[in-house]
Design a protein around this ligand. Structure first.
Ligand code: 1PR
Length: 596
């Protein structure tokens, strides 16, 4: 057991539970930094910045951490790992939340350069998913990580690699035509734009490399302190020892590598698994799965009369852990009956997240009931932001909003595009960032015989002949629903997608009630209509039954991820079989390691 604790700079703005769990999984104890004095005393600091650049810098100033941190980092000789925003704050400034283009928020300024925003006209923003790395230095931090293993990113802002800062680059990554710093390393200063705590075993190995290095450095620092009291000969001998220790694998043992300036990396297409969760008739929380959103057993399944019980496909945490081990790129828990009750007191679902995040190190989304509500028992009102905060604290990385996003989009459209700043999307996105807000759309087809037949306000989509309606209609519009498909609303999926993007959503989970549970493939026409209308990433959902359905949706549309449930729950297809098929079809697919 190491003799030191990892000092964690957590200012309470988001989900750092996973960072904590990843450090603990590597065998280290954590001490929270709550006062400025602790910064100077720390042996090693990990700073998992969450939220926006501006708010992070503000908190550092308010808590009196800014100056001590600058001092700690000044000579690059004290071990520090900044994660995502925690790495960005090391630069001089950022464009994030600077309404005036000339005004940039000042950062810690230990790395030259300014943090910029990806260009939405060229690439989907945020950059979400698993991407590769071009290694600029050989470093002990990456000693357990194979070059081809992908890591998980989620960010809209990036630090460009330029002449002034290129010697800080540990790795760079490309997104569209943009090369950016995916990690930095100088002396004992390390930063990752990617999330080690969300990069599966690969990410745990990054932390292992960094913290092991730390262990050797602490021994060195301890000796160095002792030497100050000793004779110069002894100092010389110990200095030799220190150099040797350094050469045997400490942070200083980095070597520049020659990189091919034309080398690129690729954002892979994600395979997401959804777990629809609800209580069964005995009150136990189970993973269930419907056919066109009906989750009750039917006659085919042995129920002779009427509707049977809720299908039970397993326990949420056990199933999610299996999917993590089998290579899922992301996991979504959807509380599908949350419209019946508020979720603040929904202890079982919160416990699911708390448990899941202890051993699952890929992104976790939670949906169902993200809205403001008043508890009828106590009359207390909770805002959507408070509900989301509760889930983030329990271990969620993103929240997905269904029904409430329909109301927000309707109001936005009816008010000719007015942003009130008060919707669940806006409030959560403002505090936690757009990347933390996923919109779950539950549309169903309304067939029309011709483009003229439809109401002009809905986008009419042409269907493939194999998808024609009951009277041979080859066109339809996609009507949004709320409460898990129980109530239809007068807004189409394309209009809703455009509205929620403007309101600040970072991603869309696009279901299709007609295809759900049918194993006939994704609704390609719907996926194209929505993904072509927005610049934020779209996750295709509903209808997968075989590996070829994944290659189809990735080839024929620009969606960035594909989600399936039933085929994996019923063990009809393995995740690895889907991924192998995608690789054979030339679709960029995450490469990972499975053993710790
Ligand atoms: O409206 O914000 O409270 O959120 C409710 C959430 O619960 C929404 O995300 C909504 O999609 C989901 N939901 C509500 N009722 C159901 C149901 O099935 N009765 N599940 C439901 C929706 C859709 C997918 C499904 C895919 C893939 N599930 O997640 O897993 O269709 O399935 P397949 O691969 O088996 O075809 P709010």
């Amino acid at each position: 057991m190491p003799s030191f604790k990892v000092s964690l700079l957590d200012y309470g703005a988001g989900n750092v539970r996973s960072v904590r769990n990843a450090i603990i999984t590597n065998g280290y104890e954590i001490e929270d930094i709550t006062s400025p004095e602790q910064i100077d005393q720390a042996k090693v600091i990990i700073f998992p910045g969450v939220g926006s650049y501006g708010s992070a810098m503000k908190v550092l100033h308010e808590k009196g951490f800014y100056e001590p941190l600058k001092k700690y980092l000044a000579n690059y000789d004290r071990p520090f790992l900044g994660i995502c925003l925690g790495m960005q704050t090391l630069f001089e400034s950022s464009d994030e939340y600077s309404p005036d283009a000339d005004h940039a928020i000042a950062g810690l300024g230990v790395i030259p350069g300014k943090v910029r925003k990806f260009d939405e006209t060229k690439v989907a923003v945020p950059h979400i998913g698993w991407n590769g790395r071009i290694h600029h230095q050989e470093s002990p931090v990456l000693k357990y990580v194979a070059p081809e293993e992908d890591v998980y990113f989620v960010h809209s802002y990036f630090a460009p690699v330029n002449k002034e800062n290129e010697d800080f680059a540990l790795t760079s990554t490309t997104y569209g035509s943009q090369r950016f710093m995916s990690s930095v390393h100088k002396g004992c200063l390390v930063g990752c734009q990617f999330h080690p705590e969300k990069s599966g075993v690969t990410g745990l190995h990054v932390l292992k490399g960094f913290l092991e290095v730390r262990f050797v450095l602490i021994i060195i620092s301890t000796f160095s302190l002792l030497f100050k009291q000793m004779s110069s000969i002894l100092t010389y001998i110990f200095t030799l020892y220190v150099i040797q220790a350094v050469e045997n694998g400490t942070l200083n043992n980095t070597k520049p590598l020659t990189i091919d300036p034309k080398a690129t990396t690729q954002l892979t297409k994600r395979v997401v698994i959804a777990l629809d969760v609800r209580s069964n008739d005995h009150g136990d929380l189970v993973v269930t799965k419907g056919d066109q959103y009906d989750v009750r057993e039917n006659e085919k399944e042995g129920v002779v009369e009427g509707r049977g019980g809720v299908r039970n496909l397993g326990k949420p945490v056990a199933l999610a852990s299996r999917y993590y081990t089998e290579g899922a790129d992301e996991i979504s828990f959807l509380n599908i009956t949350s419209f019946r009750q508020g979720v603040i007191e929904d202890m079982p679902m919160l416990q699911v997240l708390e448990e899941a995040s202890k051993s699952i190190f890929v992104p976790l989304t939670v949906g169902g009931g993200i809205r403001s509500y008043t508890d009828p028992q106590t009359d207390q009102t909770w805002s959507a932001l408070q509900v989301a905060a509760r889930y983030f604290r329990a271990g969620a990385d993103k929240v997905s909003i269904g029904s409430d996003s329909v109301t927000a989009a309707e109001n936005y459209v009816n008010s000719n595009g007015t942003l009130t700043g008060e919707t669940s999307i806006e409030t959560i996105s403002h505090v936690y960032g757009a990347q933390a807000v996923v919109i779950s759309i539950d549309p169903k087809r309304v067939y029309v015989a011709s483009k003229d037949e439809g109401d002009k306000k809905h986008v009419i989509v042409e269907l493939d002949k194999s998808q024609a309606g009951p009277n041979g209609e080859t066109m339809c519009w996609y009507q949004c629903t709320v409460k898990g498909g129980r109530e239809a609303r007068d807004i189409c999926a394309v209009t809703l997608a455009k509205a929620v993007e403007k309101l600040g959503a970072g991603e869309i989970m696009l279901n299709c009630i007609d295809m759900d549970g049918q194993c006939q493939g994704f609704d390609i026409a719907l996926m194209n209509a929505v993904s072509n209308a927005v610049t934020i990433p779209v996750i295709a959902s509903s209808g997968a039954g075989k590996p070829i359905h994944f290659s189809d949706v990735f080839r024929k549309t620009s969606v960035q991820a594909a989600l399936a449930a039933g085929m994996f729950h019923r063990k009809e297809v393995e995740i690895e079989a889907v991924k192998e098929h995608m690789r054979q079809e030339g679709i960029p697919t995450r490469t990972s390691t499975k053993t710790l």
